[in-house]
Write a protein that binds this ligand. Structure first.
Ligand code: G3H
Ligand code: 13P
Ligand code: ZN
Length: 311
């Protein structure tokens, strides 16, 4: 089976009240851990690549690794550009075989976001590729972007219909209080998401797939495992899983997870090296890293996404 777009996946997910996991990848062990978990559970899958990941591993390596995963598992897999910030990077990924791109124009004005996103949609649709747009701005840190809490903003439901109609996007990322990275909510405060925004967006765009970024839960056992084996993470707090489940049962069809994979892999690698200080063959510590990614993804599929058996 070749790489697929999200068209069918999202239609089924919307109707079925579940979501598809979009996991960030940048090396072979991460791709194998994710795809082995999804294959065991027959879960449809989105593998996504950020600009930073593409710079790190290079387009062709990631492309070939993902093609290998498709061949190995027979799963419907979509290969997606995460947070494309220009027409050029979206074009390059479309030309290079990705089946989905995100044009993240959330840092631009509403009109400029529409202009640039429409340009990407035209190019993508002519080539059978789907496009995710974004309205509203998440706080948090990614490779090249650092959005402070003051510069972040919730999505304005009154803008979504016009944005979707004028751009022709296939899905829309919205900001309801999640953020990128491992430090999402202040220690001691109660995590809260603006579900009324999601509900309002859902009413204005019936049947239309919504995307939730910044959706790692930051399981405390991994933070502890990292810190008790030489790490130095501060109090990291993520999005409670029951809130993600609720979002998945509403209009959210795609849930983005990166930080939890990083925590899972790093915790396993640190634990292994702490217990086996004489090891220096990368396979010895990357293998538990890969297993830990696999267990994390299986947990997400079963407890957060609800997409097991839907491939
Ligand atoms: O939302 C962004 C992802 O977590 C990617 O992060 O830019 O560090 O690869 P990155
Ligand atoms: P997390 O940092 O919460 O994993 O979010 C990842 C993400 O939104 C990728 O686009
Ligand atoms: Zn994101």
């Amino acid at each position: 089976m070749p790489l697929v777009t999200t068209k069918e996946m999202f239609k089924k997910a919307y109707d079925g009240g579940y979501a598809i996991g979009a996991f960030n990848v940048n090396n072979m062990e991460i791709i194998q851990g994710i795809t082995q978990a999804a294959a065991d559970l027959r879960a449809p899958l989105i593998l996504q690549v950020s600009a930073g990941a593409r710079k790190y591993a290079s387009h062709v390596y990631l492309m070939k690794l993902v093609e290998a995963a498709v061949e190995d598992t027979g799963l419907p897999i979509c290969l997606h550009l995460d947070h494309g910030d220009s027409f050029e990077i979206c074009k390059s990924c479309i030309d290079g075989g990705f089946t989905s791109v995100m044009m993240d124009g959330s840092k631009f004005s509403f009109e400029e976001n529409i202009r640039i996103t429409s340009e990407v949609v035209k190019y993508a649709h002519d080539r059978g590729v789907v496009v995710e747009g974004e309205l509203g701005r998440l706080a948090g840190v990614e490779d090249d972007v650092n959005v402070s809490a003051e510069d972040s903003s919730y999505t304005r439901p009154e803008e979504v219909q016009e944005f979707v109609e004028r751009t022709g996007v296939d899905s829309l990322a919205i900001a309801i209080g999640t953020s990128h990275g491992a430090y999402k909510f202040k220690p001691g405060t109660k995590p809260q998401l603006q579900f009324q925004i999601l509900e309002e967006v859902g009413k204005r765009l019936p049947g239309f797939p919504i995307v939730l970024h910044g959706a790692s839960s930051v399981p405390q056992e991994f933070v502890k495992a990292i810190n008790s084996n030489g790490g130095a993470l501060e109090d990291a707090i993520g999005v409670p899983e029951d809130m993600l489940r609720q979002a998945a049962s509403m209009a959210v069809c795609k849930i983005n997870i990166d930080s939890d994979l990083r925590l899972a892999m790093t915790a396993a690698v640190r634990e292994h090296l702490a217990n086996h200080p004489g090891d220096f063959d990368p396979r010895q510590f990357l293998k538990p890293g890969r297993e830990s990614i696999k267990a994390m993804v299986a947990h997400k599929i079963n407890n957060v996404l609800g997409c097991a058996g839907q491939a």
